[in-house]
Design a protein. Sequence first.
Lengths: 352, 158
Amino acid sequence: MKTLSITKTIHDFIFGILPEGVASFVEWILIAVVYLTFFAIAGLLLVYMERKIAAFFQLRMGPNRVGPAGLFQTIADALKLVTKELTITDKADKFLFNLAPYFVIVAALVALSVLPFSKEFHAFDINIGVFFLIAVSSIGVIGILLGGWASNNKYALIGAMRSGLQTISYELSVGLSILTMVLLSGSLQVSKIIEAQQEGGWFILQGHIPAVIAFMIFMIAGTAETNRAPFDMVEAESELGAGFHTEYSGMKFAYFFLAEFINMFIIAAIAVTIFFGGYLSPFGITEALPWLGVFWFLLKVLVIIFLMMWFRWTFPRLRVDQLLTLEWKYLLPLNLMNIVFMAVMIWLNWTF
Amino acid sequence: MSYFSDIYNGIKTLLTGMSVTGKYFLNARKGTITQQYPENRETLKMFERFRGEVVMPHDTQNEHRCTGCQKCEIACPNGSIEIIWDRAIDPETGKKKKKIDKHIYHLAMCTMCSLCIEACPTDAIVWAQNFENSVYDRSQLTKVLNKPGSVVKAGIED
């Protein structure tokens, strides 16, 4: 079992001083703590980044009062949310209402565990990695549906239903565009996918035209799946108040909010893993220093996240019928054609 | 075959939009339109048409242009202006003449509709551009616009 391999030294140290059962338990907890910390910090930083980048796109300054360049603004916001009262509507289904945020956040966390931050820093490397990732990342929508339904609020329900419709439609495109790249790698295991890119260059270069098409489709569908603008009918402020989390306050709202940003991180990380070589450095310039993988991985992820923020602050929101037209009439047929195209490319050995 | 040209046009227009916002992003540093308010207090100059409060300008001899005709008081829709007036003997002609004692302006009630200023035949009252009007006591918002000891400028009524 080579599934838990964050760092060999810590692993050996813990197993050296503790009996085996206790040691692996301690190790699980350590990994969970590391990931939760990462989750919180990444969420806060991404919110800060989003606000700052939005400001720059609109020729504003963004948060700049709390700490240097407003860096602690999101921490102050989080503290404010912690101190707020947790309100609930009168006839809400209390159990489901309280459960919903955890569905969303757990789905995001589990998906995070499959992502390789570097060769060593990879919590859960299963042989159906990509499949697992797609499966788990769509659990989050259950939380959204539950939250919207349990709130006993029409806006929340409409928002949740839109989210369901959107995720079901666009899940297909995400899956198929990933599948296009799986054709190229020949494996669903995340570490194998990255090894294949180490030998023959990043998949976006190896697969050239079909890979670029797959990447574009993946970015569109991925943006739709994270419920971000231009696909944010789920929480369209001008139509639905705040959508499915209208009735949530305080920390439960913050969970939804953080999960949204972590989902964005996950989509960007998947894109980096299957198109841009994951933690590999460009042209292998830091091959000798494998620990720099974390740096390269995060750098590439931030570039993709920036792209998604660019989308958000450029494009207007779609109508529901336009959303479905885009998916079922354009993305899906193109995607299927693209898979065949990719298969032919590989068959004729026209890949690099 | 408009299907593929639709896709092409779609992508092209999306990229056009992104290039526009991308230019904004790159120019964000020097193009920022935000002003940092408490910091720029010294240099901040409000534009001409801004309606801060009604003031009565006085010249260096402590003379104003208000003849006490009360047109502003009548024009005011909610009674923000009260004029306390009196008659005094004009030393030149020896006749009795109207003059203002106090031109009282309630800033707390004023809706900045500018009707008083439009009604004024002698341009005695104008808009000031100050905007920091908060005070701790409501009574401080009742202002007497003419300065103590001021008189009307000679020849305004002619």
